[in-house]
Write a protein that binds this ligand. Structure first.
Ligand code: MLT
Length: 406
């Protein structure tokens, strides 16, 4: 008899964005004439930068000719992309990251979900609340939690974010081994300063813990004083891994390319306390289960670092950030407290009530999809997230409808 992984039975409901999609589909079927505006899932809407498209086409053309065809590439990614990443995203900001510490992949969702596989199941995991649901769900699937009750899984250490701490959680009060951090934060848009990240790195060094730092939204940082990478913090090479993505900056949500940085100094420990480089473990896992991203997509990603690519990406970011400003200002004018939207494409709004009710109001009365905060954790209850990823025209229309509905 084929038996299931019983940990899946502990999972609460389905994945957040599938739940939302179901409600939206039901609404659309009941109201076929209403044009819905989607400001829910953070999916980009604008075309790939021209520099990326040209490189993508050229990569496809190479595949059409026996002499320039590419079969399997290196599992960790082609050197041309790993070098461009190391130079532009890290060395240019003073971070000591080498090209061979970069592992190219098909998504920060997959990497941030998969990374926990290389650690023991009896470690203690600290996860911010609210946060991107993948971190919690993948640890539950792996058996690192007990049952859920009142919106929380037994055995996980939740790091509460709330209005009082500006959605920047405090250090845990009990020792933890694996820590997830996400800045600029999804869903709240909160950002962490250099000093705040330094506290986490110091904590991890002291406790022989590891930080999994999700920086998928770093390109939206506008404030020059904020760090873009955890590797801007002293000592982070020993205790941190960073996830990045081309999805939100270069519009690769449907094209798929991301990467994870694993410094060679990062250590984990055997049951008897011997050090093992995390790099080797991840390399083993990655090369066993993954065959990297297609050649044309890696060419397209590398073009993001050309001069033209950089300018075009900046224009995309500026466009979405104008939307974010607009949403934030309109919601504030309607009397709703907002955070985020200044260094992030997400605006986190105090709904002054139940977050799924607010979601339903926006969907049913305004035909606008947002994301209910409860889907990001217990501390997200009472808030909703509005995404700036859409056309300015749609954002303006959505805010006009919301103003009328509320
Ligand atoms: C979100 O809306 O939180 C993200 O788009 C989800 C993702 O990137 O997987």
């Amino acid at each position: 008899m084929i038996k299931i992984n019983e940990n899946f039975n502990k999972l609460q409901a389905s994945y957040l964005f599938s739940d939302i999609a179901k409600r939206v589909t039901a609404f659309q079927q009941a109201n076929p004439d209403k044009a819905i505006i989607k400001l829910g899932i953070g999916d980009v809407t604008r075309a790939l930068p021209d520099a990326c498209i040209q490189a993508f086409h050229a990569g496809v053309d190479e595949m059409a000719n026996d002499h320039s065809f590419h079969g399997y590439g290196p599992e960790q990614g082609y050197d041309f992309l790993r070098e461009a990443i190391a130079q532009n995203d890290f060395q240019a900001r003073g971070c000591d990251i080498a090209a061979d510490e970069v592992f190219v992949s098909d998504g920060a969702k997959c990497d941030s979900g998969n990374f926990q596989e290389i650690f023991a199941t009896d470690i203690t995991v600290a996860i911010p609340d609210p946060v991107y649901p993948v971190y919690v769900d993948t640890n539950v699937m792996a058996g690192r939690s007990g049952e859920a009750s009142d919106g929380r899984y037994a055995g996980l250490v939740y790091l509460d974010g709330n209005k009082a701490n500006g959605f920047i959680p405090d250090l845990p009060s009990t020792p933890v081994d694996l820590i997830y951090l996400c800045f600029p934060n999804n869903p709240t848009g909160a950002t962490a300063s250099q000093a705040q990240l330094q506290q986490w790195v110091d904590y991890a060094r002291e406790h022989k813990a590891l930080i999994l730092f999700d920086a998928a939204y770093e390109a939206f940082i506008q404030d020059d004083s904020l760090p873009h990478s955890i590797f801007e913090v002293e000592g982070a090479r020993e205790v941190a891994v960073e996830f990045r993505s081309f999805s939100k900056n270069a519009g690769f949500t449907g094209t798929r390319c991301a990467y994870t940085v694993v410094p060679k100094e990062c250590m984990a420990y055997t049951a008897t306390g011997e050090q093992v480089p995390v790099y080797g473990l991840w390399n083993r896992r990655h090369t066993t289960k993954f065959n990297s991203v297609s050649y044309p997509v890696q060419k397209a990603a590398a073009a993001a670092y050309s001069e033209a690519g950089k300018q075009q990406i900046k224009a995309l970011i500026d466009y979405y950030m104008e939307n974010a400003k607009y949403i934030r200002e309109k919601m504030q004018a309607l009397g709703y407290d907002c955070i985020g939207g200044e260094n992030s494409p997400y605006i986190w709004i105090d709904a002054k009530g139940d977050s799924w009710d607010f979601f339903d109001t926006l969907l049913n009365q305004a035909g606008v999809v947002c994301t209910p905060g409860a889907g990001f954790g217990k501390c997200g209850e009472g808030f909703i997230r509005i995404s700036a990823f859409n056309s300015l025209e749609n954002v303006q229309k959505a805010m006009q409808r919301i103003s009328q509905a509320l």
